[in-house]
Structures are given as C-alpha cells and as structure tokens.
Design a protein around this ligand. Structure first.
Ligand code: PLP
Length: 389
C-alpha cells in the first residue's frame, strides 16, 4: 500500500505498551484457567435495565436518523444539568458538546486548544490514551510526575517548572486512573492559579466524578476558571454505559461553537436512539447511586483485606475504579512481581510502571469484580506476599 501519514503512524508508536500481562492473562483465562482478572477498567455488570429498555423503546419509536451535530437539544440540556452538578457551576446547553465517549471528548478538547508544535503538560500517572491524543494533534507534551509519598497529588512547583513559551494547556484527571487519587481542593487551586497566571487552558478529565467518595471538586468552579477550563465527561463509568460511547465536553460557549465544526467532520452527531436513552438515564439517574455505592464498598473491602499485609502500602486509592499498592519494600520491579503473581496465584493486575515512572514499584488493582472475587484475590495476594522471596 502507499505510505500512511506520519501523523497516524505516530499516534501509538509500535513496541511494548505495558498491556502484555493483561493480554497473556486473558488468553489463559479463555483457555480455561481460573484467573482473576483485576487488570481492566470496565464494569463486570451490565448497563441498568431501564437504560436498555429506553434504548429499545427509542429504536421501536423510529429514532433512526441523523441528529444535530452538537447533540440533540434534550441531550445537551440533560448534560448541562449534570455538568452543573459535577462542576458546581451553572451550565447551559450552549456550553455543551456531546461526543461518542469521554475519549472523543478528550480528543476534541486537545484539537480545540492546541496547534501542531504547541506544548501541553500532562500530570502522571495518567490514562494510557493521553500521549496518543496529543500526538494525533501534532502537539508536544511534557509529563510531570507525582510522588507516591504525596498520595500522587501533583505539586504546583513541578508543573510550573514544565511551563514553556509554547505551552497552551495542562491536562489533569481526578479521581485519577490509574492511582485512584482524588486531588485536594488546595492542589486544584494551585493548578488553577498557574493556568490564570500563565494564560493556559485546563483540560480536566472528570469521568470518575461520581466515584470519588466525598464531595467532587471541579477546577471549573474556581475563580476565573470557567473561561479556560474544558471538562471531559462521560456516562461510561457513572451510568454503567461503557459500550454505548456517550460523553461530552463542557467548555466556553464560543469554543463549543468552533467544536461543532469538528463534529461535522468526525462523528456527524450521535445516534438518535442512544441519545434518547441517555436523556432518560440522566433524568432518572439510572444506576448512578448503585454503581457509586458498589465501587465504594468494593474499595473498602479490598483495602481492609490488604491493609495488614507486610511491606505493602496503599497509595492514592480514594476514588475511581482502582487501588494502588506500593510493593517497593518487597520488590522494586513491579513488572516482575505482577508476572510472578499471575504465574503463582493466577491473579492479573497491572504493573504500575505501565502508567509512568511515578507508579513504578506499584500494582494497579481494578475493582471491576464482585466482592467475593476481590476477597479471593486478596487472599491469593496475601499468600503470595507471604511466600515472596
Ligand atoms: N478518561 C479516563 C481517565 C479513563 O479512565 C477513561 C476510560 O477508561 C476515559 C477517559 C475514556 O472513557 P470513555 O469510555 O468515556 O471513552
């Protein structure tokens, strides 16, 4: 074939991507081994049945056609209402653009604020698609590491040091994937101050906002931030709808107007029947409370099980769908440890180093399994740690 573009070839450079252990475990599970998969971030349960019924009803009612580019009006209204709750800032429909999932919202955000060659700062550890999303825009980025000892809360001075003349944006994610850290109000205020003083955009990935345990603090609510914050959001985690691909961006209305042209050349609007089911799911909060409670109780159970483990320290792990175990006192090479755990006890977790240097020496444990399985996994981990040499 003729040569593909450098841009497409550069989004995910070939080579190791850190997911080998997950795929090896999945293959072994499919071959019949009793492997406990704690390596991915997708719910182990189906979408709420009411949401499914709403979608079937919308299909039966003939909602099969093209829709408005930024989302059908009722969907944007529902998203604006949820954004008002999520960010604590009164939000209107013209500050909302619907996208097929949070990932597409992230893509749109990066396209909207960065030109090729411009620079962004990404706080690590981060969600695996972030670097590729910047590369797809031809943008440059610097990774600012956090420290396990700080519970993976970023330090403002580290972010400030990374600012260059070409820097246009900072990307943060709280509650965080992979660490489960929930950034403190003070930390967000410090970041907001940098954005104001350096005239930067803040891209705030808040897809786990309902799974944070306590009150969610969005940097959009901080002084002077409405005009420079883009909030990435999604129904995937909060409403149990990962496979439906429905998300949105909350941004200044003038930027949303520009973003509509991006939807024109990419998605051309969302599916009508999914949009209508989403409106019902938003209006009735289908699944939201139950899902939040389920993850909180899984997190508490798993942390209770592992807290007494010798030489294992819990870091971050305050919200989202993951907990982070610091195993450096047992084994600094978390990849080696994770492979050995899979071999000996058939538990698949992600080595922290797959998410950047800050999480080296850690294990990311996904809570996407029922409590009895998490309990069994913790038991296997205890046995493995006890025997580890
Ligand atoms: N942002 C973070 C931090 C995530 O963990 C994920 C998915 O795991 C996404 C965005 C993308 O979510 P969606 O399924 O809505 O595309």
């Amino acid at each position: 074939m003729p040569k593909p573009s450098d841009r497409i070839s550069g989004i995910v450079p070939s080579g190791k991507d850190g997911w080998e252990i997950h795929f090896a475990a999945m293959n072994r599970k499919q071959a019949g081994e009793n492997i406990i998969m704690l390596s991915v971030g997708d719910h182990d349960f189906d979408s709420p049945s009411e949401t499914v019924e709403a979608c079937i009803a919308a299909l039966r009612a003939g909602h099969h056609h093209y829709t408005q580019l930024p989302g059908i009006p009722r969907l944007r209204e529902a998203m604006a209402k949820i954004s008002t709750q999520c960010t604590g800032v009164a939000t209107t429909s013209n500050e909302i653009i619907a996208t097929p999932g949070g990932q597409a919202a992230l893509y749109a955000a990066v396209q909207a604020v960065l030109d090729p060659g411009q620079h962004a700062i990404v706080v690590a550890p981060y969600y695996a698609t972030y670097p590729g999303t910047f590369r797809a825009a031809g943008a440059d980025f610097t990774v600012v590491e956090t420290r396990a000892e700080d519970g993976f809360q970023p330090r403002a001075e580290d972010i400030l040091k990374a600012v260059r003349p070409s820097t246009r944006a900072i990307l943060i994610n709280t509650p965080n994937n992979p660490t489960g850290a929930v950034y403190s109000r003070q930390c967000l205020e410090d970041i907001a101050k940098i954005c104001r003083e350096q005239d930067l955009w803040l891209l705030s990935d808040e897809v786990y906002w309902t799974l944070g345990g306590g009150e969610h603090v969005s940097p959009r609510a901080l002084p002077g931030m409405v005009e420079r914050t883009l909030v990435i959001n999604s129904m995937s985690k909060s409403h149990g709808m990962t496979g439906w691909r429905i998300g949105w961006l909350t941004a200044p209305a003038d930027l949303v107007t520009l973003l509509i042209s991006l939807n024109l050349v990419t998605t051309y609007g969302l599916p009508d029947f999914i949009s209508r089911a989403a409106v019902e799911a938003f209006d009735n909060a289908y699944g939201v409370k139950e899902i939040a409670e389920r993850y909180a109780s899984r997190r508490n159970l798993f942390l209770d099980e592992v807290r007494g483990l010798n030489n294992v320290t819990v870091r971050g792990s305050e919200g989202g769908m993951y907990v982070m175990l610091d195993i450096r006192a047992i084994e600094p090479d978390c990849e080696k440890f994770a492979w050995a755990l899979l071999e000996a006890e058939k538990v698949a977790v992600m080595p922290g180093v797959s998410f950047g240097d800050a999480a080296a020496g850690h294990l990311r444990v996904s809570l996407c399994q029922p409590e009895e399985i998490l309990k069994e996994a913790a038991g296997r981990l205890r046995r493995f740690v006890g025997a580890y040499e």
